[in-house]
Design a protein around this ligand. Structure first.
Ligand code: G6P
Length: 608
């Protein structure tokens, strides 16, 4: 989604802002722009398309600015063209605003501003902010922004420049992330720490209803009501290397092989071998409350929702706690019943997904204790939940989530251990689960080594436009996730189904042109899945099977087999998803797709 970066200090602003924008590319966008405090006034340039288009327009020109803001826009109000790109300016081009979020009352504000003689020229909601600031400007930019924002309903992370305050950026947040980076005699701001990392690791995460005045030698934070705030400076733990491709053609093929490491990181320091349980400091203070839980609701979106479905199996099968999984976008609007003995778990890689955040707020409103399973430290969901567990997967830049998914499952397994051992889970079963969890990274390596084999398979199937993915039990969500990966990055239509449901509809689609990916591991329902494969073969469907090592029966039936090492029941998704991620990746590359930035998708969906 939209990205913001701002710089003020002694250095030339353009290279810093352009580099920052490139770091934000992964979020998804369709236009880009920049506003600069040039010696002869405010200059702004903005264009539809990739950042490279903006880059081309700036190339060969000299800019003296040491203060500026820049933006990548993901269109919500108004099509992605040059006019609607950010920054937006007031009537005289002296005030420039970049904005993430949605101004809900923009129509009323447009009318109001129009009646006062302002000329609004774009289709966006954002433009009203620039004109409101102009309307209230009486020589003090921060006061004008404060008054303007008091008129605004909706969500925003904004950065504002005024020609009359050449070394000052005013930023504010309500519902869209805004981080200020503290440097030496220079300060920055951004919607995402990855844009700051090259320059500083010291950051201040603004809270909702806060604004900051950022100058080369100071960051002053206050509330919208003008109460001074003492900012908390935090250190970013990510390294620059983690947000760079480091020789890989895309981030996705860098992130998929990281999974043996990231799964280990999710368990590091959290396994109590003696007691056969997990040690989770983030939720330790709520142990009493955890003891009283009789029901769990897990809410999330996208890939995180698939992890939630796997969490449902883990918590119900192993810890014997009833679980309900709900799309966050549905949960927030259907007045959910959240009894006192229920805990709500929100899963979000970014910690910023608007629907998941709204679900967290709804659950809290209903009096629930809400736990977060989040990757990005300091993100809004991490801060708004009562307690939680970071997955520590490091930055995930590829839009299609891979390593975050397996880390989320790992953390759900740890929560299962903790809650299970507080109940009836035996010491032996707890220890066995820990043992199995520790065996995953090495087994994952063995699957990742098959990337060439899977690429050849992808070459054979890359011309197909429809795929079916089947799985049962805990591997049904893996089928959903495998299908999602394929459609997200290769634009092939793919559907995930519980294998037995195939005969209630999808079987009508099966013929020699329909590849069916079946997860057919040696588990309790293996025989049933074998029957499903027979049904597909009887209709001349082509089967790609994900099997347990040495499974001759399925390999005889299927057209292709990808063998995976054996791991007992509830942890199989940590391995079975890996070949499906690789398959989706190779298919997308062969089809010439932009793997990291699929069309229309955003890494972090911060609007409804
Ligand atoms: C977007 C991303 C998905 C992600 C989903 C939820 O749709 O493209 O990859 O799974 O948001 O994101 P979250 O950050 O809340 O896990």
């Amino acid at each position: 989604m939209c990205g913001i970066v701002g710089y003020v200090g002694p250095r030339k602003a353009v290279p810093i802002l352009m580099e920052g924008l490139k770091r934000l590319e992964y979020r998804g966008y369709d236009s880009a722009g920049i506003a600069l405090q040039e010696p002869n006034g405010l200059l702004h340039e903005k264009f539809a398309g990739k950042i490279s288009v903006l880059d081309e327009h700036l190339a060969g020109r000299t800019f003296d600015s040491v203060c500026g803001i820049a933006h990548t826009r993901w269109a919500t109000h108004g099509e992605p063209n040059d006019t609607n790109a950010h920054p937006h300016t007031d009537c005289h081009g002296k005030i420039a605003v970049v904005h993430n979020g949605i101004i809900e009352n923009y129509r009323a504000l447009r009318e109001l501003l129009g009646n006062k003689g302002h000329r609004l020229t774009t289709d966006t909601d954002t433009e009203v902010i620039a004109h409101l600031v102009e309307e209230y400007y009486e020589g003090n930019l921060v006061e004008a922004v404060r008054t303007a924002l008091s008129q605004v309903e909706g969500t925003y992370g904004i950065a504002v420049l005024s020609q009359d305050s050449p070394d000052e950026i005013v930023v504010a947040r309500n519902g869209s992330p805004l981080v200020v980076g503290a440097g030496d005699n220079e300060n920055l701001d951004a919607s995402d720490v990855s844009a700051l990392l090259q320059h500083t690791k010291q950051v201040i995460y603004l809270n909702d209803h806060e604004l900051a005045v950022v100058t080369p030698d100071g960051i002053s934070v206050s509330t919208l009501e003008n109460v001074q705030v003492t900012p908390k400076i935090e250190e970013i733990s990510w390294s620059l290397g983690q947000i760079e491709k480091s020789g890989y053609p895309y981030f996705m093929p860098k992130e998929i092989p990281e999974q043996p490491t990231t799964i280990r990181m999710a368990t590091r320091g959290r396994l109590n071998h003696d007691a056969g349980t997990a040690r989770l400091n983030g939720i330790a203070m709520n142990l009493d409350e955890l003891n009283r839980i009789n029901r769990v609701i897990i809410t999330a979106c996208g890939t995180s929702w698939h992890a939630a479905l796997i969490g449902e199996h883990l918590l119900e099968d192993v810890a014997r706690i009833p679980v309900e999984v709900e799309y966050a976008s549905e949960f927030r609007y259907r007045s959910p019943i959240v009894p006192k003995d229920t805990i709500v778990i929100a899963i979000s890689q970014s910690g910023e997904t608007a629907d998941t955040l709204a679900a967290v707020r709804e659950a809290k409103l209903k009096g629930a204790t809400v736990l977060g399973i989040v990757n990005v430290v300091g993100s809004t969901i991490a801060r708004e939940t009562d307690a939680g567990v970071y997955i520590h997967a490091g930055p995930e830049i590829g839009v299609a989530s891979t390593k975050a998914f397996t880390s989320q499952i790992t953390v759900l397994a740890l929560i299962t251990l903790l809650l299970g051992r507080q109940r009836n889970l035996s010491l032996e079963t707890g220890r066995n689960l820990i043992h199995d969890l520790e065996s995953i990274p090495e087994k994952a390596e063995q699957i990742l080594d098959k990337t060439d084999e899977i690429r050849k398979l992808a070459e054979e199937y890359s011309k197909h436009d429809n795929f079916l993915y089947l799985g049962r039990g805990i591997n049904f969500p893996v089928a959903l996730e495998g299908a999602l990966k394929l459609k997200e990055i290769s634009y092939i239509h793919a559907e995930g189904y519980p294998a037995a449901e195939m005969k209630h509809g999808p079987i009508a689609l099966i013929d020699e042109n329909m590849p069916v990916v079946v997860i057919a591991l040696k588990d309790a329902i293996y025989d049933k899945v074998v029957n499903n494969i027979q049904e597909i073969k009887a209709r001349r469907g082509r089967v790609i099977a994900i099997v347990t090592e040495g499974d001759e029966q399925v390999c005889r039936l299927a057209d292709h087999c990808i063998e995976t090492p054996h791991v007992p029941g509830p942890l199989t998704p940590l391995l079975s998803i890996l070949p499906l991620q690789l398959l989706a990746y190779h298919m997308a590359v062969i089809r010439g797709c932009n793997v990291d930035q699929p069309r229309n998708l955003a890494k972090s969906v911060t609007v409804e």
